[in-house]
Every structure is written in C-alpha cells, then in structure tokens.
Design a protein around this ligand. Structure first.
Ligand code: S3P
Length: 191
C-alpha cells in the first residue's frame, strides 16, 4: 500500500489539473473530494456543474433534452476549463468516450482512470437513482457489457490506471500519487 505523500511532495507531483475518468461507480467523486481534503485541490464535479448550469438534474436533462444534448454540455464544460489551476475534475462516466474531450484533458493535465470490477460497480450503484443509463439495468450482465464496450476508450485516454476495489479513498489517493510519480520518473529517465 502507498502512504499518502506529504503536502509538499504532493504539490510537486500534482502540478497540473487532474482528471478522474472511469465507469459509473468507480469512485471518481469520492476520490476527488479526498484529493481536495488531503492536498487542497479545487474540485470540479462535472455532473454537478452541468446540473447547476442547466438548472435541472442529469436525469431531467436525459429525459427532456436527450443524451446527445448532455454530451454537448460535457464537451462545452471540459473544453473551457481554465488551464493550470490545479483542479481535480471528477468526470462523468462517459466523458472519456469523446476524443475531443480527451484531447482537452490531455492539454491541461493528467488523466487518471479509476477502475473497478463489475461486481464492485454493481454494489456501488445499486441504490443510486441518478444514473439514467443504468435505470432498469442494474444487473451484472448489463454492466459487464457496457464496461467491455467502454474499456478501450478509458485505456487509450489514461496516463495511469488505479484499481479501487476494496480500498478506501485515502489508499486510492496514495496509489494515484505513487503512480503519477513513477510515471514522471520514467519519463525523466527517458530524457
Ligand atoms: C454517465 C455517467 C454519469 C453521468 C451520466 C452519464 C455515463 O456520471 O455523467 O449519467 O455515460 O457513464 P457518473 O460516472 O459520475 O455516475
């Protein structure tokens, strides 16, 4: 297990924006709040920000305006974030599916893919009523299929991947910092 870094060490590693991507229930919001509490990073919760701007809930946006309108709102938000502010951005589960979004993330920071098994995801989303894509589909087979479809895009977008199963938020933060540090050291060695 990786110990959380000191604030100073963390500051050197977390020098740009950090984008948390991954499937619904991967822990993006929880980990964003933990990174904020541990390292003083400002959090942008994409779904929350979209709800605030649209003046309605995500479920409402999906049912009244449709998924495509929601995807446009996501792209509008992610492509207009201020660069270099040391933000931790908790993305929606579908944000990394659009290449334009991935390019915007890549330009302004590091992309962290939080992974979880379908079983973990199912347990975490079981009581959620705010995920329109899973309404009526909260079963392992559906989640497995959707995860399999999305996996290549998450993988291609990610700078690092961190597994979240069976870990608490502080452990996951420690693992993220350790992986970012290892990645940076690897790149420095490459010259
Ligand atoms: C979505 C995930 C949701 C939200 C919307 C669509 C997706 O966010 O953006 O319901 O396409 O996976 P969370 O991953 O935070 O649940």
């Amino acid at each position: 297990m990786n110990e959380p870094e000191s604030l100073q060490q963390a500051g050197q590693i977390l020098d740009g924006n950090l984008f948390l991507i991954g499937f619904m229930g991967a822990g993006k919001s929880t980990v964003a709040q933990a990174l904020s509490a541990l390292y003083g990073m400002e959090v942008i919760e994409m779904d929350g920000e979209i709800e605030r701007r649209a003046g309605r809930s995500i479920s409402d946006i999906f049912s009244t305006l449709g998924e495509e309108a929601f995807r446009q709102m996501e792209t509008e938000l992610i492509t207009t974030l201020e660069p270099g502010k040391r933000l931790v951005v908790s993305c929606g589960g579908g944000t990394a599916m659009r290449e334009v979004n991935v390019q915007a993330m890549r330009r302004s920071g590091s992309i962290v893919w939080l992974t979880a098994t379908p079983e973990t995801i199912l347990a975490r989303v079981a009581d959620s009523g705010s995920r329109p894509l899973l309404e009526g589909h909260k079963d392992l087979a559906y989640i497995q299929t959707m995860l399999r479809q999305r996996q290549p895009k998450y993988e291609a977008a990610a700078d690092i991947a961190v597994a979240t199963d069976g870990k608490d938020a502080a452990q996951i933060c420690g693992d993220i910092l350790a992986a970012l540090k290892a990645r940076r050291q690897g790149r420095e060695q490459e010259g």
